[in-house]
Design a binder for this molecule. Structure first.
Ligand code: FAD
Length: 376
């Protein structure tokens, strides 16, 4: 399988240019079709870069807009805002993440105690269910670290409703192997498929739909096509969006983390960066390829930061900040946020500052505001 994601900003920009020049024009019509790993993707495959902000949502959307003109990029831009929506939603419902972690831990304990469940789980994660498509997506995910969006939806739906496995174990499996693994998009998408995000509205994978959008590559039998959605007694509570800080004027030490690796465009005001440190906090249980991708992305960002700010840059070590105030990009809910030192100042990009407060309920509010949210 030959899908490779070199984890540098330049590679992300190359992929963006190639997408805009090739598949981009057909995006709205063909984005739901998954032609498999040997074919050119029908979507941008920019998620590993956007997830780490090696390239930013603002520049991707601006490039698509200028390539396709007024309205031509509408569907693509709307998809990019799904990412923003999920980020904002998790910031205001952080219990969705902590509950997921707790559920996954409890489900792993169940695996040890319940042999039937363990056998079904092992068959699923080893791609031995016998379900056409599902077993192939397991291999594709483990070997390439990426799946088409539609394959992710089918996979999650079959996992939950046909195999009747706990959704949190599926989300955990994705997070370990996806090279774009993201606490917000992953957790909330699994919750959405299960019918927990939009309560009672679940996503049901149907054989006819899989046949059609894989162009006949897969024709699974035995799917449960009429299941009930899942339910929960304590949905995650909404909290107020935590406030960001302003960067102080004068010399600062800039801390980079895996949620924002484009320090060149951070809103740093009159701060002068004199030191740069990199903090790598992987997703829980991240596979070796995901760890390698994280390390490569951080190395790329540190090298760019050293050149851009003209100062030393390297992994965080004792006294790396040289007693300067430490400033960092806002780290959304997830491993980076948990690993940041308490005393650092967290600045937020205007993209997030404007969109996140609209993300407390469904996507419609964000979607409606897109024309105002776009940088002018
Ligand atoms: C069960 C499940 C789990 C998922 N887990 C993740 C995850 O861990 N990380 C992740 O980045 N995405 C996740 N997604 C969302 C989506 O599948 C991927 O973002 C998308 O497939 C990436 O491919 P692309 O870059 O070619 O997208 P394109 O269609 O080219 O879209 C451009 C960008 O918009 C954003 N985007 C597009 N669709 C979605 C979507 N449905 N939700 C959120 N953002 C979107 C992504 O940043 C993407 O790179 C998940 C979806 C499902 C159904």
């Amino acid at each position: 399988m030959d899908r490779i994601f070199p984890m540098t900003r330049d590679a992300g920009l190359d992929r963006l240019s190639a997408f805009l020049a090739e598949a981009g024009a057909d995006y709205a019509a063909s984005r739901n079709t998954d032609r498999g790993v040997q074919a050119r993707p029908t979507t941008s495959a920019l998620s590993p870069y956007l997830r780490r902000r090696l390239i930013t949502e603002a520049e991707v959307v601006a490039a698509a807009d200028s390539a396709f003109g007024d309205g031509g990029a509408e569907k693509f831009v709307s998809e990019v805002f799904w990412r923003t929506y999920f980020k904002g939603h998790l910031e205001t419902h952080p219990a969705a993440w902590t509950d997921f972690l707790a559920l996954a831990a409890a489900d792993r304990t169940r695996l040890a105690a319940e042999p039937g469940l363990r056998r079904t789980y092992e068959r699923a994660v080893e791609g031995r269910t016998g379900i056409d498509g599902f077993d192939d997506w397991v291999r594709e995910l483990v070997e390439t670290g990426w799946l088409h969006n539609h394959a992710r939806m089918w996979f999650a739906s079959i996992w939950i409703f046909t195999l009747r496995l706990p959704w949190a174990l599926g989300a955990d499996f994705f997070l370990r192997h996806l090279v774009d693994g993201d606490p917000a998009s992953n957790t909330l998408s699994w919750r959405w498929v299960a019918g927990l995000h939009t309560r009672g509205k679940h996503y049901v994978a149907r054989a006819e739909n899989i046949r059609r959008y894989t162009e006949g590559r897969f024709d699974p039998a035995g799917l449960d096509e009429y299941p009930d959605s899942l339910d929960e007694s304590n949905p995650p509570r909404e909290i107020a969006l935590p406030r960001a800080d302003a960067a102080p004027a004068g010399p600062v030490a800039l801390l980079l983390h895996l949620d924002d690796l484009h320090p060149e465009s951070l809103p740093l005001g009159d701060a002068r960066v004199v030191r740069v440190g990199g903090l790598v906090a992987h997703a829980p249980g991240a596979s070796d390829p995901v760890r390698a991708a994280d390390a490569a992305a951080m190395a790329d960002a540190l090298a760019r930061a050293a050149a851009h700010f003209g100062c030393p840059a390297g992994p965080v070590a004792p006294d790396w900040s040289d007693a300067h105030p430490v400033v960092t990009a806002w780290a959304p809910v997830g491993p980076s946020a948990d690993a940041l030192p308490a005393e650092c100042l967290r600045v937020r990009r205007s993209w997030d500052e404007i969109a996140w407060p609209l993300a407390t309920r469904g996507y419609a509010r964000v979607k409606k505001a897109i024309p105002q949210l776009l940088p002018h």
